[in-house]
Design a binder for this molecule. Structure first.
Ligand SMILES: Cc1ncc(COP(=O)(O)O)c(C=O)c1O
Length: 384
């Protein structure tokens, strides 16, 4: 099996599963309970929070555990909108965000907020000029992803953060779900107020993640009912999952340099190979992109057909984000990048690697595509 869909999810590290199982066996107490079993679970929870905070160079009280990226994005955006609606009702985001950001913004539009969706250039990148033009007296939040989930494009969050520092009223949220452990992001120096991270994107478990909330930034919770997570997320904490998240985050950071240089080498090789293929357009920016994602449009093919044909050979890739991939529509990211008329928007294929990806995997992918693409094109021509 050749798994090249690591932007959708990754295989958990065995150590992460071990931590989860062991913590379930030994630390099943409720961390809010006063007895010893409760204290043991509370200590484990506290330790996990400290670990994450240390990796972020943040305070433990700034780490709010959630169920993953979607919940963190919702908590950040709805949380700021609700907490700051008296100061203004305008939000700014980009046209290429993950659905958990876009649909949250669309929902807020139905309840009286207005949202500006910044456009992107042909490399899928937003510009500071557009941000400057979008800001109004009413703006309370700017939400921009760090690494795009479909193309790997890195957004200029550093530049944005620097510029936004002078707006006391505006909070800055970064969706770092695809960037954590792969592309450096210094939350403190960039001036980020809220940052979303998801465990299953870096070999942690599904249903784990956190939202960094800078000290002093007020947000409204989505779930009420208990004092957990600094009153921001009611409900008994999933301590074993949280401990496993801390384990995965630590491993991701420890292995970062070595994994990234391997990934960068493999991506460069894929770049060169795809560049040399007839009728193939590389949609991922060559310089400013994450090391693990590669997006290409293959002329006169349908991504769904290619995905199926590759899958029949036990090679697993994707087109759009996993939560949108069963919908027949074009990729919203590539549409924003190229426009409705451009065939590239309808023919995108995403290859996303991890530390487990080998040279042999890439050779198998190239061989399979060399065989499948001409067949798919021929079939398409016969039909039309
Ligand atoms: C950029 C980005 N944000 C948010 C999410 C949602 O994360 P989760 O699956 O943990 O809810 C994803 C998942 O694909 C993503 O790629």
């Amino acid at each position: 099996m050749i798994y090249l869909d690591n932007s959708a999810t990754t295989e958990p590290y065995p150590e992460v599963i071990h931590t989860f199982v062991t913590a379930n066996e030994r630390y099943f107490g409720n961390p809010s309970s006063l007895h010893q079993k409760g204290s043991e679970a509370e200590n484990l929870l506290r330790e996990a929070r400290r670990t994450i905070a240390r990796l972020l160079n943040a305070q433990p009280s700034e780490v709010v555990f959630t169920s993953g990226g979607s919940e963190s994005n919702n908590l950040a955006i709805q949380g700021i909108a609700r907490a700051r609606e008296k100061r203004g009702r305008h939000l700014i985001t980009t046209a290429v965000e993950h659905p958990s950001v876009l649909e949250t913004c669309e929902y807020l539009e139905t309840v009286g907020f207005s949202v500006t969706y910044l456009p992107v250039n042909e490399e899928g990148v937003v510009s500071l000029t557009d941000l400057k033009q979008a800001i109004t007296e009413e703006t309370i939040l700017v939400s921009v992803m760090h690494v795009n989930h479909e193309t790997g494009a890195i957004q200029p969050v550093l530049e944005f953060g620097e510029y936004l520092k002078k707006f006391e009223k505006i909070r800055f949220h970064v969706d770092n779900v695809q960037g954590f452990g792969k592309v450096n992001l210094d939350i403190q120096s960039v001036g980020i107020d809220l940052c979303s991270v998801s465990g299953h994107k870096f070999h942690g478990l599904k249903g784990t993640g956190f939202l960094y909330v800078r000290s002093g930034v007020n947000i409204q919770p989505l779930v009420f009912g208990g004092g957990q997570e600094f009153q921001l997320r009611a409900g008994t904490e999933n301590v074993p999952a949280i401990a496993s998240l801390a384990k995965a985050a630590r491993m991701a950071m420890e292995k970062k340099e070595i994994q990234n240089s391997k990934l960068a080498r493999m991506k460069q090789e894929l770049f060169e190979w795809f560049d040399a293929q007839e009728g193939v357009h590389v949609n991922t920016p060559r310089e400013t992109s994450a090391p693990h994602i590669m997006n290409v449009s293959i002329e006169r093919t349908m991504p769904e057909v290619l995905i199926q044909a590759l899958s029949n050979k036990d090679i697993h890739v994707s087109s759009k984000s996993a939560c949108a991939s069963k919908q027949p529509s074009k990729s919203a990211v590539l549409l924003a990048q190229f426009g409705e008329e451009d065939e590239r928007a309808a023919t995108g294929l995403r290859v996303s690697m991890s530390w487990q990806t080998s040279q042999a995997d890439l050779e198998a992918l190239k061989a399979a595509l060399s065989q499948i693409v001409p067949q798919v094109r021929e079939m398409k021509e016969v039909k039309s």
